[in-house]
Ligand binder design. Structure first.
Ligand code: 26Q
Length: 803
């Protein structure tokens, strides 16, 4: 299908007039955006329909990616890119006298996720479609997304994210595909006359799950897959029972808002309702689709792969069991085999406090039948494993213990594959966190290092760089990212290096213009742009970054004539609303920014920009403008990280600890093309074992650090009396859980190496180029090919020869 500019203009005008019955030039940019979205939907609808039909006709195996979060970012441009009509449409819009970028900018960025895990799910949806893999997303259509962040006097304030205010052009409500999800009540098992026990329910609350489907358009391959998000409604026939506003609220609440905690588990009933709601709805619709094909049950796991993104959808295990046992009348062994063979699980965290567990009583009351099934799974696990592994090991792996249901244990026992998201992370799972399970099921464990879609994070976010690469090495890399390595041949080519520098400068100017407009702050685009963008968490150590900034500031104050590499420090981070300490760090950094940005002694030597409301769209602006990528978590804590990959792809040099995927970045670029510092995972483990670490001693031995820390409590930074004290205490009194002080000196040394290298523009640009050229292996396309081959056993559509 080709589209000419003229055809586009005609069709687009038609769509607009049908929608608004008015002149396009008088329309608001939101209206223009809506019309363009509708045009795209119509344009791609045939492929969407055909893709579905093809999967059905050929009875191909399909994968269902269950995730509590998806963070797709704005979709207008990425859809145009993948449809191969971005340039045509852009030209057409321009010829019509409309402003393309303004239209693009009026799309809301749906924040239906917290951070890494949700964004990964969306990168995966893009790759699955682009590889032509029959794949579906399954999640929740939250009425409100992740809160909008504002700073008031430097404090984080949360506002509701009403992302549906202007409607949502991409989704299609499919009430014909709705299913009922049952909560609460009582259940008992009754002989059905055919020697089978069937559950009898009473007093349950029945909720209607209505799916909203969004097309996931593959890259120039005519494939349109489906992302299905469920919304909770009152079933029509039960309207009568919901008399008061409060009654109705209980139902609406289920899909009302995304929980804003990303690494701290909070065992709230509503969260459990959400988890069961979208899991049950998804599994029900899978089983319904399977039954339509009239295949024997023994074919189920040959036709369906169910992936659970962390433990949030782990109730897939008992829910699939429930349907097979209770509704389809299968025996336990057969149902269990099907379940295990269909389900696979990814772990995203090593942090103990983020591991999900639910009080037995809560599950019993909310999901009585599911609880019975979990209990039975648990009992069979014990009966089977005690003779093989003994009581001690087996009881450490039970699903139910100490009055809680351990969701990771459920996911591991009920699946055939457990993967970590970077090599180190998987090793830690095997050797530490999930060691007992690794002993029991060694062959279930495998690694799948995360990846990112180069289409959004390079083609769209950095068009100029994309053109430069095209110009040098051709376009093959676009469908085979391994080809990016060809770009290395230009690492000594002066002309290419200077083009690269020009592009970076332009991207920095673009960010500077944003900072000026938004925060009235003047940035020097020739300064080194130093970027840390990720959720705020103590283990990610934004504090270490801030202490280094403070150290530099003191140096300037000591000697205002000091020659220093000018730097712009950019932060983007949301703190979970209940995470007080994280919010105090935000306040501290904002106060520091205020002090430094307004100190005439400092001038252009340092500026700090803490952007408000960091999310996918801001990432697209910031990442191409970055010189340094700060990946400074305490070794062993960050499962993988993915901003590290996006920044590398855009030519930032990584300044990092040997944590998560940073290690794999180091292996790819070589130690001379990355700034490493800090404790290794082994050293951290050893320090933890010895238990002799004293933050106070580190402080006593380092005069410079001592001075820095004093500034937290001596009033030098205005308006952080309380926060400064809390942070100081966390480091000294509570002995610095994340070894910030221990790693400080080595961090500062790495920063000094970076400064020095930046003086030599050519050497710097060369390393930047090598980073770009080495980032091919982090394409999510490769990650997904490995999931497809090694876990899901699904095939893509004519996958080109990729290495
Ligand atoms: C659990 C229970 C109750 C409420 C919230 C949660 C919850 C929600 C989100 C727990 C964890 C998350 C998100 C975790 C996450 O984003 N982890 C990140 O996943 C990335 C993709 O694999 C990795 O790159 C990051 O290292 C990891 O931190």
């Amino acid at each position: 299908m080709t589209l000419t500019t003229t055809e586009f203009k005609t069709e687009f005008t038609k769509v607009f007039e049908a929608l608004y019955a008015s002149n396009i030039k008088d329309a608001s940019s939101v209206q223009q955006y809506n019309a363009l979205g509708n045009f795209i939907k119509v344009y791609s609808s045939e492929n969407w329909n055909q893709t579905n039909q093809l999967y059905l006709d050929n009875q191909v195996k399909q994968v269902y990616y269950f995730s509590m979060e998806f963070l797709p970012g704005r979709m207008l441009k990425s859809n145009l890119l993948n449809l191969g009509i971005l340039d045509t449409v852009r030209t057409g819009i321009k010829e019509m006298g409309l402003d393309f970028e303004e239209i693009v900018g009026s799309e809301v960025d749906p924040a239906l996720g917290n951070g890494g895990l949700g964004r990964l799910a969306s990168c995966f949806m893009d790759s699955i479609a682009s590889l032509g893999i029959p794949g579906n997303g399954n999640g929740i259509r939250y009425r409100y997304g992740l809160f909008q962040q504002k700073f008031v006097d430097g404090y984080q304030v949360e506002l509701p994210e009403n992302w549906l205010r202007n409607g949502n052009v991409w989704e299609v409500r499919k009430e014909n595909k709705a299913v009922t999800v049952r909560f609460g009540g009582e259940v008992y098992l009754k002989e059905d006359g055919k020697n089978k026990l069937r559950p009898i329910y009473s007093n349950t609350q029945n909720i209607l799950a209505v799916p909203y489907d969004t097309g996931m358009i593959g890259y120039e391959n005519d494939v349109v897959n489906n992302l299905r998000l469920w919304s909770a409604e009152i079933p029509v026939e039960e309207e009568i029972n919901y008399k008061t506003v409060a009654d109705r609220e209980v139902v609406n609440q289920i899909t009302e808002v995304l929980y804003p905690d990303d690494s701290n588990y909070e065992g709230q009933l509503l969260r459990l309702r959400q988890e069961y709601f979208f899991t049950s709805a998804g599994i029900q619709s899978i089983v319904r689709f399977f039954k339509k094909q009239q295949l024997p049950w023994s074919e189920f796991s040959n036709k369906i792969a169910i992936h659970v993104n962390d433990t949030h959808p782990a109730l897939c295990v008992p829910e699939l069991m429930r349907i097979l046992l209770d509704e389809e009348g299968l025996g336990w062994e057969q149902a269990w085999n099907i379940t295990k063979r269909s389900i696979s699980y990814t772990n995203h965290t090593i942090m103990q406090e983020a591991m999900e567990k639910w009080p037995v009583q809560m599950v019993q009351e909310l999901l009585p039948r599911i609880y019975q099934i979990i209990e039975a799974i648990n009992q069979r696990h014990i009966d089977k494993k005690v003779p093989l592994y003994g009581e001690e090991l087996t009881y450490r792996t039970t699903i139910i213990s100490d009055g809680y249901i351990k969701m990771a244990n459920l996911a591991i026992i009920g699946s055939h594959s457990v993967n970590g998201v970077a090599q180190l992370h998987t090793d830690i799972l095997k050797e530490e966190t999930l060691r007992d399970f690794y002993e029991m099921y060694p062959s279930k464990f495998n690694n799948k290092t995360n990846g990112i879609t180069q289409r959004r994070w390079l083609h769209l976010a950095n068009e100029k760089l994309t053109h430069l690469i095209d110009e040098k090495i051709g376009k093959e890399w676009k469908t085979n990212p391994a080809e990016l390595r060809q770009f290395k041949a230009y690492s000594k080519d002066k002309d290419t290096l200077s083009c690269l520098a020009d592009i970076k400068l332009e991207n920095k100017q673009r960010f500077a213009a944003y900072a000026k407009e938004k925060y009235a702050i003047e940035l020097d685009p020739t300064a080194l742009f130093d970027v840390q963008i990720k959720r705020l968490h103590a283990y990610k150590r934004q504090l270490l970054n801030a202490l280094h900034i403070l150290d530099r500031y003191l140096k300037i104050k000591d000697d205002p004539s000091l020659e220093l590499q000018p730097r712009v420090f950019i932060f983007g981070a949301k703190a979970a609303p209940s995470y007080i300490y994280a919010k105090q760090i935000i306040k501290f950094i904002n106060a520091l920014a205020h002090l430094i940005n307004n100190d005439p002694d400092v001038g252009d030597k340092m500026k700090i920009v803490f952007v408000e409301n960091y999310g996918v769209s801001l990432a697209e602006l910031i990442i191409p403008a970055a010189d340094i990528s700060e990946q400074i978590s305490l070794a062993g804590k960050e499962a993988s990280g993915t901003s590290n990959m996006k920044l590398m792809l855009n030519g930032a040099l990584t300044l990092a600890t040997l944590d998560g995927a940073n290690i794999e970045i180091k292996d790819l670029v070589g130690e001379e093309n990355i700034f490493l510092f800090g404790l290794t995972n082994e050293e951290v483990n050893q320090l933890n074992r010895e238990g002799t670490y004293s933050a106070k001693r580190v402080l006593d031995e380092n005069e410079r650090l001592n001075r820095v820390l004093e500034c937290l409590i001596n009033g030098m930074i205005p308006d952080i009396e309380e926060e400064g004290r809390v942070i100081y205490d966390s480091l000294i009194r509570y002995n610095d859980e994340y070894y910030v002080l221990k790693d400080f000196e080595s961090f500062v040394a790495a920063q000094e190496r970076a400064d020095k290298l930046y003086q030599d523009k050519e050497a710097w640009n060369q390393k930047a180029l090598i980073n770009i050229a080495s980032s091919g292996p982090f394409s999510a396309d490769f990650t997904i090919m490995r999931y497809a081959d090694e876990i899901w056993n699904v095939k893509g559509k004519a996958i080109k020869n990729r290495s």
